[in-house]
Design a binder for this molecule. Structure first.
Ligand SMILES: [Zn+2]
Length: 477
């Protein structure tokens, strides 16, 4: 398993930056060419390989148009084709879902899955329609990247301990030397991204070499519930990543304020331009509406949130051999556009990072990640299985006469779902509701338990002394 690392250039001289930016711009044309020629069913969709494209370009002289070194365009062709393939693969995920919705017949499903996998969707009208719907013909939007193969660069530490990375320029044997802020030399294939006068050097390291991967996982089964003020709450009552809420709300306030100010400045600039004062309009655009500082602040905020989330997940895995969670990567019906709503965007993004962290950390440290159906887990009492009354961060259950802390109760329910024989990952929420209802009805009319539904058994076999609310409040760390 690979993890991406980023090193940054420090005080790079503008001439070198301009040279790299020009190279990236030319390589952007290479990317555009690849997308345009092979970005569809007849290209990457038909199993075309980057080697074949290279041979074709060398044969017909396409490569001569770009004015870059051979190695640079070849790596770029490969990279662009991988982008197209990723684009295709994500469309197939959607189509696979559509197949599951369309038919329950296992033979029919298998036939369609196989055709899809073998890129033979054109022969089936349903598959062809679905692929057209989900595989939007893309185009290249990357004009600021250079991919450098492992044998094409080297790094040197100077007398003052500064690390320099030498990468190929536009001419043979003329390298561009980039001073880096890190002291660890990048390894493997590099992706240089040019942003606002600074070079980001992205590279991958093997996760097994990371110190955090060597930490063993815990021994228990732990359920986790995704929160808003904290990253996760576990079924043992501990909150993890409690600074998340603060990080998100301060960022959202800052963005709202900044966007307001920028809108105001933009209107001043527009008015100036309308009056014919183009000098003023230009001044505002350059000095006040730039993107360098804005992008750097955004990157810094993202890095802070990621750290908070990954640390929280590590804490859970410290005690868990099995982590039971809702599938946070799954998108829900009605893919609404998030639009400009800052809070919702941030929330959606954090959810994605939490999903990534759960998968990534579990895999690296050897714990099992089990996804369960989380429908009604935040609304039902984990002890009796009935729907409770939610009041802020509390859940009141009248039959039990107990007030639970809502997220801890949810995490316990999530843990219990892992052994639930009736509620599967994709059981629709209305069916889940019916199942929960039936269980409590059976309970109420005192019929003997007919099956091994664990919620009922657990409720009966639990200690007669009800858990006190305080016991569930747990510790915050
Ligand atoms: Zn209850």
């Amino acid at each position: 398993m690979k993890v991406t690392r980023i090193a940054y250039s420090t005080r790079l001289n503008p001439g070198k930056y301009a040279a790299l930016a020009e190279q990236a711009r030319r390589l952007g044309q290479v990317r555009s060419e690849v997308w345009q020629r092979y970005g569809s069913i007849t290209g990457v969709g038909s199993g075309l390989r980057d080697r074949q494209v290279r041979d074709r370009w060398l044969a017909d002289g396409t490569h001569l148009r770009f004015g870059v070194l051979a190695n640079a365009w070849k790596e770029t062709v490969r990279d662009a084709m991988a982008d197209i393939a990723a684009n295709l693969a994500s469309a197939k995920v959607e189509v696979r879902r559509a197949i599951t919705r369309r038919t329950n017949d296992p033979v029919e499903r298998k036939r369609m899955f196989t055709a899809l996998k073998a890129d033979q969707w054109a022969i089936d009208p349903f598959l062809a329609r679905q692929m057209r719907k989900h595989w939007k013909r893309g185009r290249n939007r990357t004009h600021d990247q250079i991919v450098v193969r492992a044998d094409q660069y080297n790094s040197v530490t100077d007398a003052r301990g500064r690390l320099w990375l030498a990468v190929p320029g536009l001419e043979r044997r003329k390298t561009v030397k980039i001073p880096l802020s890190s002291t660890i030399a990048p390894t493997g294939t590099l992706r240089l991204i040019l942003r606002g006068g600074r070079v980001e050097v992205h590279y991958q390291v093997d996760a097994s070499e990371m110190r955090s991967s060597q930490r063993p996982c815990g021994q228990r089964a732990v359920g986790v519930d995704k929160g808003y003020t904290e990253v996760l709450t576990d079924s043992e009552g501990t909150h993890h990543g409690t600074r998340l809420g603060q990080l998100l709300s301060s960022e959202s306030d800052r963005l709202k304020e900044r966007n307001r100010r920028r809108a105001k400045l933009r209107s001043i600039a527009n008015n100036a331009a309308l009056r014919g004062d183009h000098a003023k309009a230009h001044r505002i655009a350059v000095n006040n509406l730039g993107t360098v500082k804005r992008d750097r602040q955004a990157a810094r905020h993202r890095a802070r949130v990621r750290t908070e989330i990954f640390t929280a997940v590590h804490r859970v895995v410290d005690k868990a051999a099995t982590v039971v969670a809702e599938d946070l990567a799954r998108r829900f019906a009605g893919r609404k556009k998030l639009g400009k709503n800052v809070n919702r965007r941030l929330a959606a993004w954090t959810k994605g990072v939490t999903a990534e962290a759960l998968t990534n950390v579990s895999e690296r440290r050897g714990s099992a990640l089990v996804h369960v159906n989380a429908a009604y887990t935040s609304q039902t009492c984990h002890r009796c299985g009935r729907l409770g009354r939610r009041d802020g961060d509390r859940l009141h259950c009248s039959p039990c006469g107990v007030v639970w802390q809502a997220d801890v109760n949810a995490a316990i329910n999530i843990l219990q779902r892992a052994g639930d024989p009736d509620i599967a990952l994709h059981t629709p929420h209305y069916t889940v509701r019916q199942i929960l209802q039936d269980r409590t009805d059976r309970h109420r009319t005192r019929l003997p338990v007919q099956d091994s539904s664990p919620a009922t058994i657990r409720a009966e076999s639990e200690p007669s002394e009800p858990l006190k609310n305080e016991q569930l409040v747990g510790s915050r760390n």
